[in-house]
Design a protein around this ligand. Structure first.
Ligand SMILES: Nc1ncnc2c1ncn2[C@@H]1O[C@H](COP(=O)(O)OP(=O)(O)OP(=O)(O)O)[C@@H](O)[C@H]1O
Length: 341
């Protein structure tokens, strides 16, 4: 559905030359929810502007739904852009128009008849959960409701690809979750492809099938969300993953434990998929007759399954502790020994 081949975007300014997108190769499948994560300046906005045809690449090819964006005529680009819609961080609504009129706006531009517009708007209002608010103005809506209007408007011309540019970054955590649930429901119901850029790993974890990590214009890591959570390879990816898996107290707790208690073996466990639901730990404790002190733990849910980390202090006979760690490993639990007595 979307293929980027050797894509570069270079900005030449009066004083320097910036490679905002650096040799990016990427394929995004039909109906996929694909996340691009990176810190500020990584090149995410430039990449999304290339995807919606607002920028042309300096070199390389971008193919979306059969259209070669880099080389198409202005007319074909307009046609291609009919298939691509965008949701913005700050909603970009028309403030003097009602909810109904905002959603209908792209249809008006496209010359769709009033009857068809009204029918479509009614469907979309229902889909995004705004029934009863059709005649409200944006200023009368909450942030989450404004974004619902933004999403309904983006869907009005039946796009095949929905691009989301930090769509939840201006919202509080609870509202963020409700908008992410809405995007998931839309992906399930309409089967359209969603590409989102974000700097929040929570967004990736909650709704994406796959993720690409961007740094200095390059995609430095890419994979299924669960795989990336389970074994991030690059340092930057580890930092993003730790946004979720590491609570503020962990480092402190570790240092405290290392300093205060020299007893036992400190082990970090990573559970993936079904393993999180199995009583692996209680079996281990019973079988090897060791004491276990839980230092820290959490579980996250991704589209591909559950993912959890647990920091344990194992206390007991050294051989038994070693066998217990081996048992965990054989049960499919990733183990990493962090410290020994
Ligand atoms: N039109 C432009 N002219 C010159 N430089 C640009 C232009 N657009 C982006 N850049 C530069 O390209 C680099 C990537 O910027 P980009 O906005 O794509 O990153 P980003 O990951 O989206 O960050 P942010 O979240 O802060 O927008 C930055 O160094 C930026 O200054």
């Amino acid at each position: 559905m979307i293929t980027l081949t050797d894509v570069n975007k270079i900005f030449d300014t009066a004083t320097n030359r910036i490679t905002a997108v650096d040799n990016v190769n990427l394929t995004i499948g039909n109906s996929e929810i694909f996340g691009i994560i990176g810190y500020s300046g990584a090149g995410k906005s430039t990449l999304i502007r290339l995807l919606n045809g607002l920028e042309k690449p300096t070199s390389g090819q971008i193919n979306i739904a059969g259209h070669e964006l880099a080389t198409v005529s202005a007319k074909e680009l307009r046609e291609a852009r009919q298939k691509i819609s965008m949701v913005f961080q700050h909603f970009n609504l028309l403030w003097s128009r009602t909810v109904r009129e905002n959603i209908a706006f792209p249809l008006e531009i496209a010359g769709v008849s009033k009857e068809k517009r009204d029918k479509k708007v009614a469907e979309l209002v229902e889909l995004v959960g705004l029934a009863g608010r059709e005649d409200a103005y944006p200023a009368q809506l909450s942030g989450g409701q404004k974004q619902r209007v933004g999403i309904a408007r983006a869907l009005s011309n039946d796009p095949e690809v929905l691009l989301c540019d930090e769509a939840t970054s201006a919202l509080d955590p609870e509202t963020t979750d409700s908008i992410l649930d809405l995007l998931t429901a839309i992906n399930d119901k309409l089967g359209l492809t969603i590409v989102l850029i974000t700097h929040e790993m929570h967004v990736i974890r909650k709704i994406c099938h796959r993720v690409a990590v961007m740094e200095a214009g390059k995609i430095v890591e890419i994979g299924n969300v669960l795989d990336v959570f389970q074994s991030p390879k690059e340092q930057i990816t580890k930092r993003f993953v730790s946004q979720i898996t590491q609570t503020a107290g962990t480092e402190h707790a570790l240092q405290h434990l290392k300093a205060e208690s020299s007893e036992g073996t400190l082990v970090k466990l990573v559970f993936v998929g079904d393993r999180t639901e199995q009583p692996v730990l209680s079996t281990m404790i019973r079988r090897f007759n060791i004491d276990v002190n839980i230092v820290q733990g959490d579980i996250s849910h991704t589209k591909g399954g559950a993912y959890g980390t647990l920091l344990l202090q194992l206390i007991g006979d050294k051989e038994k502790v070693t066998s217990a760690i081996e048992f965990l490993h054989n049960e499919g639990v990733q183990t990493e020994v962090i410290g020994h007595d």
